[in-house]
Each structure stands twice: as structure tokens, then as C-alpha cells.
Design a protein around this ligand. Structure first.
Ligand SMILES: [Zn+2]
Length: 198
């Protein structure tokens, strides 16, 4: 699939809707993005649409608005570089040159702190329903663009780098579909061989 996005030298995708998050910091000296971490998120959980994800990443979420926010998200400071909505719309919150706060405690084949060297992409979704075709299209085009800018050598799910703690992007995320859409060979998907369910 030919990319329809570009990543500029400052780490932004000009075609994405830009919603700046304050939740980032510099990557460690010498660290460049080599890993893409795929997530799912929906706020409230399993409800799609609305602006709560952006509000969470911009620290403006009203935690009195829903019991889940009250118990889980009060004071939480997180971000991802990108969010892909159900209709395929792309938002960017953090420059890819910077370190976003999406993976938390994590381990990629012995390398800790995946946020240091990864780009986080959130698909609006949940562990219980399939993702939309438009989301796969946007994701594949984005991965192509990221690969053109950075020495990306692997893609992983949040659950791959934080097993036992995280379950996203969940059983409905079709890794083989992403692989087909991006024409990336198997070495970019190092966790595929560990799961018979993919
Ligand atoms: Zn996640």
C-alpha cells in the first residue's frame, strides 16, 4: 500500500488533526524511534465517539463526568503520538521526535522503557469488537510514513510489551491484515510467532 501521509522533520504528520498534549518529554540522548506500539482505547470504555480521549491526553478530562474516569483516570498523565478514530480520522498529540507516555512499564525483548524508543498509536476501540476498515487503512498509511522517516524495525501490541498488565489492542486486532496492508515482512512482527491466535 502506498503511503498517503508524510512525517515532517519536526515529527508531525501535517495531514493529521493536531491536538497538542503537554504529556511528553525529550527522548533519551541518542534514542530514535525503532518500535511502533499499537493500542486500543475508548472512553468511557466500550463507547465510541466524543472527545474524551483527546481531553485525557490534554489533561482536560472532567473526571466527575463518569464513574470510570473518577476511579481510574483522576490525576493520570498520559499521551500517545496518534489516535485513529472509528472513521479513520487521524489525530496527533505528540511529535514523533519526542517521548510520549503510552506504554508505561514495558519490555521489548529485554529492552525496558519502550516509550524511550517507540511511537504509540491508539486505535479507538476495545478488546470486544472488531476495528473498522477505515482504521486499518489509516494505520497502514501511517506506518508507511513513519517507516519512511524513522528506522522502524518492529511493531508490537501494548499487550506484547506489557504482558499481564495490558490486553490491548486485543483479540480483534488483525495483525495479518496490517502486515498485508503494509507489505512488511514477518521480521517486523516479532511477536506473531508466539501467538497461535494471530
Ligand atoms: Zn495501551
Amino acid at each position: 500500500m502506498s503511503g498517503t501521509y508524510i512525517v515532517d522533520a519536526d515529527g508531525w504528520v501535517p495531514a493529521a488533526r493536531k491536538l497538542v498534549s503537554p504529556n511528553f518529554e525529550a527522548r533519551p540522548q541518542g534514542a530514535v524511534p525503532t518500535l511502533i506500539v499499537v493500542h486500543n482505547i475508548s472512553l468511557p470504555p466500550n463507547q465510541f465517539g466524543g472527545s474524551a480521549i483527546a481531553e485525557l491526553f490534554q489533561n482536560t478530562l472532567d473526571c466527575d463526568a463518569h464513574p470510570y474516569y473518577d476511579t481510574h483516570l483522576r490525576g493520570v498523565r498520559v499521551s500517545a503520538h496518534f489516535v485513529i478514530h472509528r472513521d479513520g480520522a487521524l489525530e496527533q498529540f505528540v511529535s514523533c521526535n519526542e517521548r510520549a507516555w503510552h506504554a508505561g512499564p514495558s519490555n521489548f525483548f529485554g529492552r525496558e522503557r519502550c516509550n524511550d524508543f517507540s511511537i504509540g498509536i491508539e486505535l479507538e476501540g476495545s478488546d470486544t469488537v472488531p476495528f473498522e476498515a477505515a482504521q486499518y487503512r489509516t494505520l497502514a498509511a501511517l506506518v508507511d510514513a513513519l517507516k519512511a522517516r524513522y528506522p522502524i524495525d518492529a511493531l508490537a501490541g501494548h499487550s506484547d510489551v506489557a504482558p499481564g498488565r495490558k490486553t490491548d489492542p486485543g483479540p480483534h486486532f488483525e495483525w495479518s491484515r496490517l502486515q498485508n496492508d503494509t507489505s512488511l515482512d514477518a521480521r517486523y512482527f516479532p511477536y506473531l510467532k508466539f501467538s497461535g491466535t494471530r
